[in-house]
Design a protein around this ligand. Structure first.
Ligand code: PLP
Length: 624
């Protein structure tokens, strides 16, 4: 059985082999090639890189760019649309050098460009983008330095669009264009009335902080006309928010946008480009529904709807078909990264002490609690549950007041687990589970400690309860018998994963395998290529993880194509203003003082300092 739903969310890229390991399939034109993830882990181990590791599979990035462009091409041909599609990748979604370079390299064949939302992103884009037929969309609030750089790039032949997010930007753009003698391509960001459901929809819709209202658009047209620059107005843009699960919202936003587009064209602007922003969703839970972690449409439905609606609105007014631009980030890059981590330890919700017999002099509450275990039948499960909770709470209370000791409290914990285990076994045999006990088996879970930081590597899981598919990478031919949540190693009570996709629902626990002595247990958090690297932070000073890029070869097998060492402790302390050399000097003085005080010898000092310095140069995560 597909316990982890990988066939639903894996998009054909991820699956489980007959030998019970997760495999990745690359779709080469010559045919699919499948690689075992445990072979990649073996290669990582041979190279001496410690877990956690962020694995990037370049083929999946290329595949997603291909799918997006080919789907638009197919629809355009089928519907006889007269314009083209030219996508851009929004740098903010994954700014890492290897990712942006690969998008620029592979996207070249499709004239797939970049979107820059800040001066820094423009500076990256100008260096990395090779194809000047690709679009370079400049969003975000722009100062004169940003504008001047974009204008000079226009002079060099780049296809730069300056998107006006706020009315105030226009004056500066007009002034700088005239000063430098360059006619820019100008776009306007719309403030739509359409709203979308989902986590990230705040940046679209009426309440959006960005975009121009209808009144402001009229003012922009007037101002451009007065400056003799209406011929520069060539694009409308909107961004309804990321991860839009419902296709109806997408259709509605395009329709509204086309109405703006048509009327701006009728005002006399040349237009020619319609930029639909991001929003194309990823089916993280595999449910194919309009649930926040999913999407109720396929890529082909998306592209068909986009083109259909544009044709419907513009054909009615005889307005030529524009070039369609989308700024799909999440859908382009999510699949290509997997966070790999090992499990360090497990805390089981299970009796580890002998509970069959209890000491003769035990407290009467413990005797009564033991009785619950003895007298449990299928008929009295509810009563046994109530009694067990009552005795456990009473014992905790008495412990607080010194009437019950540590060992007795420990015994009561074990008795409680034993009762709950037997209860859940009994519940499985019942035809009707009492309503109050329905969630009981979910409440009885183990804690698996994963060698990673939620805050650094899966920040959206913490910040907005985003669900990512998580599963073991091996032993999938064995039934996972434990129910678990996953804690990270930040020692923060929020540093955990306890919401997992379960086809059409969420569950609090994930089925996992018992740890085996002398064998590592590897898990993967999938679909983490979008936003997670950029938004991750240094909570508890856990830094960037090691990064490994692989490319699956058409002839089979894979190559390691890049490798980036994660942050050392010296790196992370320097991010928070310390100078590592200074820290070493300060600690050395403390060790010297300890020698002077006679607490350690000079040899001790030397050894201690080398431990300190090795720590400083080491990985921030648990090293085996
Ligand atoms: N364009 C703009 C202006 C954005 O703010 C964003 C991100 O929210 C995107 C594109 C990318 O959206 P998505 O990742 O949903 O494709």
């Amino acid at each position: 059985a597909d316990v982890y739903g990988v066939k639903d969310w894996g998009a054909g890229y991820f699956d489980v082999s007959d030998s019970g390991e997760v495999v990745i399939t690359a779709r080469h034109p010559e045919g699919p090639v499948t690689v075992n993830m445990m072979d990649i882990i073996a290669g990582i181990n041979e190279r001496g890189l410690s877990m956690p590791v962020l694995l990037r599979v370049e083929n999946l990035l290329d595949s997603q760019i291909t799918l997006l462009n080919e789907s638009f091409r197919k629809t355009i041909r089928k519907l006889e649309y007269k314009g083209n599609y030219q996508g851009v990748f929004p740098i903010k979604v994954n700014q890492q050098e290897q990712v942006i370079k690969e998008i620029s390299r592979f996207g070249d064949r499709y004239n797939h460009g970049l979107e820059a939302g800040s001066k820094a992103e423009l500076i990256v884009a100008l260096a990395v983008l090779n194809n000047t037929n690709s679009c370079l969309i400049c969003n975000g609030y722009k100062d004169s330095e940003f504008i001047d750089l974009g204008l000079e790039a226009t002079r060099m032949g780049y296809k730069v669009f300056f998107v006006m997010e706020m009315p105030g930007e226009l004056e500066l753009l007009i002034e700088r264009s005239k000063a430098l003698g360059i006619r820019p391509n100008i776009g306007v960001r719309l403030k739509l009335a359409t709203k979308a459901g989902g986590h990230w929809s705040e940046s679209g819709g009426d309440s959006s902080i960005f975009g121009l209202t209808a009144t402001q658009l009229v003012e922009v047209v007037e101002r451009l006309r007065a400056a003799d620059m209406l011929d520069c107005l060539r694009l409308v843009h909107y961004h309804l928010g990321s991860q839009i699960p419902n296709i109806r919202d997408i259709r509605s936003a395009i329709r509204e946008t086309c109405r703006f587009y048509a009327d701006l064209a009728l005002e006399g602007a040349p237009m020619g480009h319609i930029d639909l922003g991001g929003g194309l969703a990823v089916d993280y839970d595999g449910s194919k529904t309009n649930f926040v972690h999913s999407m109720n449409y396929s890529l082909d439905e998306y592209t068909a709807d986009v083109i259909e609606v544009i044709m419907e609105v513009l054909d009615e007014k005889d307005i030529p078909h524009p070039t369609v631009i989308t700024e799909s980030g999440r859908a382009t890059v999510a699949y290509s990264s997997v966070l790999l981590f090992d499990i360090l330890d497990v805390n089981r919700s299970e009796a580890t002490m002998e509970v069959e017999t209890i000491p003769p002099d035990a407290h009467e509450l413990l005797v009564s609690m033991r009785e619950v275990l003895n007298t449990m039948t299928l008929k009295n499960v509810q009563e046994c549950y109530n009694d067990a909770v009552y005795y456990r709470d009473e014992i905790r209370e008495r412990f607080k007041w010194g009437q019950i000791g540590l060992r007795e409290r420990a015994l009561s914990e074990n008795l409680f687990f034993a009762i709950m285990r037997r209860l859940t076994e009994n519940l499985k045999k019942l035809r009707r589970v009492p309503a109050a006990l329905e969630g009981l088996s979910e409440a009885l879970y183990d804690v698996y400690y994963g060698n990673f930081s939620v805050f650094q590597s899966l920040p959206d899981a913490w910040a907005i309860d985003q669900v990512f598919p998580v599963m073991p990478l091996h032993r999938l031919d064995e039934e996972p018998k434990r129910k678990a949540i996953i804690a990270d190693i930040t020692c923060d009570s929020d540093g955990k994963l306890d919401r997992f996709a379960d086809f059409h629902d969420l569950r609090r626990t994930l089925p996992l395998h018992d740890l085996k002595p002398d064998q590592e247990y590897y898990l993967g958090a999938f679909l983490v290529g979008a936003y997670q690297e950029t938004l991750g932070d240094l909570h508890n000073l856990f830094g960037d993880t090691n990064i490994v890029g692989v490319r699956i070869k058409p002839e089979g097998g894979f190559d390691f194509v890049h490798e980036l060492e994660g942050d050392s402790i010296a790196d992370v302390v320097s991010y928070v203003e310390y100078d590592p050399k200074n820290l070493v000097r300060m600690f050395r003085e403390k060790a010297e003082q300890a020698v002077r005080d006679g607490r350690i010898s000079a040899q001790d000092r030397r050894r201690i300092l080398s431990v300190y310095e090795a720590g400083m140069n080491g990985y921030t995560y648990f090293e085996r």
